[in-house]
Write a protein that binds this ligand. Structure first.
Ligand code: ATP
Ligand code: MG
Length: 433
């Protein structure tokens, strides 16, 4: 049974011809309905009775068992309270929905304006939300990428990234400090990144979150720094060789000439002093040449890294009066000049640090190549890194930073540690796999 409540306030008029019991019950219907929140009272009198009868499901003219009406009324009340209950539940759900929408809006705003490149994707790799920075970092022109596939936005997406996405979709959290991301125009973006899964309320993986930082500028600065360092070393080397060295050599020649004159004039004492000046000048010329050679390692081009490291070790031994050996037990043939130069410079810096900071008396250089791997180890017997950690962390020096950069250039790993027996060990290793 369904009572159309719109007509309830005027029910009294409609039922005045009914059976007395029916009228009594119907009167209660009216009273009940009047208590409800009805408002429409503009009812046409004529069709009203028909409608009320249709609503009650029986004619008001007929005799009716009051019990039948009573149960109809009960049913009506039951339906009314059920309706009321459903209404309340609906309102609650509506409120909860509103709250969720509000929270979603806030979350989206939070992600959008986060000072980081962030993207949240569903299991099919379609975008759910991205930050402003994400669009900027990847020059995404499309105004709305929400719902669009990541692979449609980045058609160049390489297999290595796809594999990472799949791994994250199966629950893994992955990070990288610096990775190449090649763009379709051939340019390369350097990224530090993290990919992790996100979980839906039923604890299943709903998709992934990718956060990246474009470190390309940082990489270019690093490269510029190394280029400046290389240029500085070369120009100092050239200056030492072509200018300072020549001038000292000239002083040596003049002192030699003066020595002869003084000797001939019988001034032996002065002649001896001038001879000493001449010989010191000669030694200084040799040292200048050695220094210049160190700064301009031409031997790398001629005989390769092994020869250059040999010469470096013997030059260090004689210049600093310490023991400096070079050990290389197998044939090492490096055709990549850049790789050889980077390894050589790392050795040079590590040896100078060992002497200047570690005050080492013995430095060893060890080079080995096996199965395509190239490993260089520089160890010293100095004070070690632990002895000067504060100094190291506050050091404005660039040597270690440049060593790391050079290693990365060769896709090699550089490690620095204090040795258990004292001193420091620097190792750089490039693996073929
Ligand atoms: N072999 C070593 N033994 C002891 N301390 C070391 C050694 N190598 C590096 N250090 C420490 O690390 C610090 C940083 O070294 P780094 O080469 O970066 O800078 P630097 O030598 O001070 O300056 P630069 O190399 O730019 O001329 C040094 O100041 C020193 O405290
Ligand atoms: Mg240094």
């Amino acid at each position: 049974m369904c009572l159309n409540p719109t007509f309830a306030p005027d029910l009294n008029n409609a039922i005045k011809h009914g059976h007395s019991d029916s009228r009594l019950i119907a009167g209660r219907v009216v009273a009940y309905c009047e208590g409800s929140t009805l408002s429409n009272k503009s009812i046409e009198q004529e069709p009203l009775r028909t409608v009320v009868e249709a609503s009650l499901g029986f004619s008001l003219e007929q005799e009716h068992n009051p019990h039948q009406l009573e149960s109809l009324l009960q049913e009506l009340q039951r339906q009314q309270s059920e309706l009321h209950r459903q209404n309340e539940a609906l309102q609650q759900a509506h409120l909860a929905m509103e709250k969720l929408r509000e929270r979603d809006k806030l979350n989206n705003l939070f992600v959008e304006y986060a000072p980081a490149s962030l993207a949240m994707l569903d299991r099919d790799m379609n975008y759910l939300v991205v930050s402003k920075r994400w669009r900027e970092d990847y020059s995404i022109k499309c105004p709305d990428i929400i719902g669009v596939s990541h692979y449609q936005v980045f058609p160049e997406n390489q297999q290595v990234w796809k594999t990472r996405h799949l791994r994250a979709l199966s629950g893994e959290v992955m990070r990288g400090n610096e990775d190449r991301f090649e763009r379709p125009d051939g340019s390369v973006q350097w990224l530090s990144w993290e990919i992790r899964p996100w979980y839906a309320s039923d604890a299943s993986i709903g998709g992934i979150i990718i956060s990246t930082e474009d470190i390309s500028k940082h990489k270019h600065l690093e490269a510029a720094l190394v280029a400046v360092d290389e240029k500085r070393q070369c120009s100092i080397g050239q200056e030492l060789h072509d200018n300072v060295g020549q001038q000292i050599a000239a002083i040596g020649y003049q002192a030699k000439a003066l020595e002869k004159i003084l000797f001939a004039s019988g001034n032996r004492e002065a002649a001896t002093s001038v001879a000493s000046i001449a010989s010191q000048a000669q030694q200084a010329v040799v040292q200048c040449k050695q220094l210049a050679q160190g700064l301009l390692p031409f031997e790398i081009e001629g005989n390769g890294l092994v020869a250059a490291l040999h010469i470096l070790a013997s030059r260090i031994s004689s210049a600093y009066s310490i023991v400096c050996d070079f050990i290389c037990e197998n044939d090492v043939l490096i055709t990549d000049m850049n790789l050889a130069l980077n390894y050589y410079r790392i050795a040079q810096e590590a040896v100078h640090n060992a002497i200047h900071h570690g005050h080492a008396q013995q430095v060893s250089l060890f080079l080995e190549s096996a199965g395509g791997n190239l490993r260089l180890v520089i160890s010293d017997d100095g004070c070690g890194l632990i002895a000067a950690p504060a100094k190291r962390s506050t050091s404005s020096g660039m040597g270690i930073k440049i060593m790391h950069y050079r290693a990365r250039q060769c896709r090699a790993k550089l490690k620095m540690s204090s040795r258990a027996q004292g001193g420091t060990e620097v190792s750089v290793e490039m693996r073929a796999d």
